[in-house]
Design a protein around this ligand. Structure first.
Ligand code: NAP
Ligand code: ZN
Ligand code: ZN
Length: 353
């Protein structure tokens, strides 16, 4: 029988924006009637983890335990949880609570909760510590509504990045109606981008990888891209003007959107999922003259995340991963900053004691 009382748990945390991640003990809440306690097996490393650990967005609460691509096994269930079993493989993504009653929550769009969703880490909570702690840890306690079921047949380590990189790319592709007959450009071949290419291809679209890295061209084709466009080559960019129904922009830093807008067809949309915050002035000319749109999208709701996991099982889609030990996390962050990851680091939590 697993211990369901509040327990100290081993984790890795950043204690300030300038300090490397290091071992740290946290306290998880006791398992409540609607809670699920999970022993974490694997946790993906998202660029957001790095942004938050280093306070790029100015809202980090230290110590911060990142990690929101969590796969593990149920170790205990609250008395009212009936749809899961101890020992079952489950997953937790980017958020662990929302109000449940606002129009967004009622529409299965918990990520846009009007009362503010509780992110898996760095959100104020009643739990010990006062802020949520993420998946760079041995175990987590999460309300049942926010626990996903990992279908049999999906490799658990390769499935972990689906919980953020996967749903963040799947959701906008579905929302903007990407299907066969559409041409989609995925901008940036990193964790999100490589999943975007896999999904756009699986949905039947003509898929073009738009990258700054010529060395990634061969991989892009293997991942399912039909073509590769080097965004640093103005002639190649011009040759692809007016070709795309949809662009999924995963670039993690503020940048000039304008060169990408001309790639869109009339009525085309570029959806930003990467950089958050102000960007270079957007020229409204290319928008007005072709009724183009710029949009944004945040992860995906719980229902859609389960749909995405089931889609992945059906199409045998997982992330291409490089497994690391927890004590390699700081080096992994440096490599991620150099776009040197193929295409998602995943931490083997057995390496944390
Ligand atoms: N909206 C959401 O819900 C959501 C969810 C998760 C993550 N995010 C955000 O999405 C962004 C991407 O995350 P990720 O984990 O996929 O990051 P990542 O693995 O580091 O990949 C980002 C890719 O963007 C390209 N890139 C990097 N710097 C660039 C620059 N200066 N100019 C042009 N391209 C550049 C690189 O691809 P190439 O080498 O191919 O150019 C790089 O591999 C992060 O900002 C993250 O916080 C948002
Ligand atoms: Zn993420
Ligand atoms: Zn809500």
């Amino acid at each position: 029988m697993s211990d369901t009382s509040a327990t100290p748990v081993a984790s890795y945390a950043a204690k300030s924006a300038a300090s490397p991640l290091a071992p740290h003990k946290i306290q998880r809440r006791a398992v409540g009637p609607k809670d699920v306690q999970i022993a974490i097996e694997f946790c993906g490393v998202c660029h957001t983890d790095l942004h938050q650990a280093r306070n790029d967005w100015g809202r980090a609460n230290y110590p911060i335990v990142p990690g929101h691509e969590i796969v593990g096994k149920v170790t205990a269930l609250g008395a009212e949880v009936t749809h899961l079993q101890v020992g079952q493989r489950v997953a937790v993504g980017c958020f662990v609570d929302s109000c449940g009653t606002c129009p967004s929550c009622q529409s299965h769009l918990e990520q846009y909760c009007l009362s503010g969703l509780k992110a898996t880490y760095n959100s104020a909570t009643q739990d010990p510590g006062g802020f949520t702690y993420g998946g760079y840890s041995k175990s987590i306690v999460v309300g049942e509504h926010f626990v996903l079921q990992v279908p049999d047949g999906l490799d658990p380590a390769g499935a972990a990045p689906l919980l953020c990189a996967g749903i963040t790319t799947y959701s906008p592709l579905k929302h903007w109606g990407v299907t066969a007959g559409k041409t989609v450009g995925v901008i940036g071949l990193g964790g999100l981008g490589h999943m975007g290419v896999k999904f756009a291809h699986a949905l039947g679209a003509k898929t073009v990888m738009i990258t700054t890295s010529p060395s990634k061209a061969e991989d892009a084709l293997k991942l399912g891209a039909d073509d590769v466009l080097l965004s640093t080559d103005p002639t190649a960019m011009q040759a692809m003007a007016n070709q795309f129904d949809f662009l999924l922009n995963t670039i993690p830093v503020p940048h000039d959107f304008n060169p990408y807008m001309s790639l869109l067809k009339v009525d085309g949309t570029m959806c930003i999922v990467g950089a958050i915050g102000p960007t270079a002035t957007l020229n409204s000319g290319p928008l007005i003259y072709a009724r183009r749109s710029v949009a944004g999208s945040l992860v995906g709701g719980i229902k859609e995340t389960q749909e995405m996991l089931d889609f992945c099982a059906e199409h045998q889609i997982t992330s291409d991963i490089e497994m690391i030990k927890i004590n390699e996390i700081n080096e992994a962050y440096e490599r991620m900053l150099k776009s040197d990851v193929k295409y998602r680091f995943v931490i083997d939590m057995a390496s944390l004691s």
